[in-house]
Design a protein around this ligand. Structure first.
Ligand SMILES: NC(=O)c1ccc[n+]([C@@H]2O[C@H](COP(=O)([O-])OP(=O)(O)OC[C@H]3O[C@@H](n4cnc5c(N)ncnc54)[C@H](O)[C@@H]3O)[C@@H](O)[C@H]2O)c1
Length: 246
């Protein structure tokens, strides 16, 4: 990945940070997009310590003007975009779906679905101008099965898979590879914030009997973004200890 450039949304934490480190170890320059300045800058620092060039762009993926700006600033700095980890997302307060407050539902759609769509639209169009690239969209186990009390989240993650497959079908001949990942529950800051009994119950429900670790997702994302995955396109890859097999 020497000399290549990756944009990672939600790069300030969890899967985004782990993947940034993994790609930096392979020589890629990194553009971190996040709403959190502090966390985003910390990831940039970690990438620079590995020896690559990295920038932080403070942007909200749900705002189309911010998305256009993170694309433009990355191209201005690095010349082109080779890899895109379309990953920023939020979960929800864990209420029964028919009791989900309207504004919460809307906020989740804005970040998870609109944010993913805007990213795909503006990054992929930029890649089309410069000869192609590879993209990984973060869906979820909740994108392949329903998750009680996370209805809005699950709906947006199903939608991301729909977008990913459709765009893969439309642009497969243009040297752009697009895949989605469906991670099960992983011990990222998002999940560590849940009550410990809930975390324990989630681990017990997984065939492998444990939750995932962010680096186990980052390993797969780095592979999918790399040329080693040159014939994987339009796929949804589960990384869930067997949870989707039940
Ligand atoms: N952790 C899990 O178990 C799990 C499982 C399946 C899927 N996912 C998905 O993986 C992705 C990353 O999750 P994570 O667990 O690493 O979460 P995380 O909370 O550790 O990291 C998410 C990052 O996204 C940033 N972010 C949030 N809203 C944003 C916005 N509007 N614009 C830009 N940045 C924003 C946050 O500041 C944070 O740095 C999400 O899409 C999540 O839905 C997580």
């Amino acid at each position: 990945m020497q000399g290549k450039t990756a944009i990672i949304t939600g790069g300030g934490s969890g899967f985004g940070r782990e993947t940034a480190i993994k790609l930096a170890e392979r020589g890629a320059n990194i553009s971190i997009v996040d709403v959190s300045k502090e966390q985003g800058n910390e990831t940039v620092k970690l990438c620079k310590e590995i020896g690559v060039d990295a920038i932080f762009i403070e942007a909200d993926v749900s705002k189309v003007e911010d998305v256009k700006r993170y694309v433009a600033e990355t191209v201005e700095r690095f010349g082109k975009i080779d890899m895109f980890f379309n990953n920023a997302g939020i979960s929800g307060s864990g209420v029964l779906t028919l009791e989900c407050p309207d504004d919460e539902f809307e906020a989740i759609v804005n970040v998870n679905l609109k944010g993913a769509f805007y990213g795909l639209k503006y990054v992929a169009n930029e890649m089309l101008k410069t000869g192609g690239g590879s993209i990984v969209n973060t869906a979820s186990l909740g994108g392949v099965v329903g998750i009680p009390t996370l209805g809005a989240y699950s709906a947006t993650k199903h939608a991301i898979i729909g977008l990913s497959k459709t765009i893969a079908g439309e642009y497969g001949r243009e040297n752009i590879r697009i895949n989605a990942i469906a991670p099960g529950t992983n011990e990222t800051p998002m999940v560590k914030a849940f009550p410990s009994e809930a975390i324990q119950a989630m681990a017990e429900a997984v065939p492998m009997g444990r939750l995932g670790q962010p680096h186990e997702v980052a390993n797969v994302v780095a592979f999918l973004l790399s040329d080693d995955a040159s014939y994987i396109h339009g796929a949804v890859i589960s990384i869930d200890g067997g949870a989707a097999a039940l």
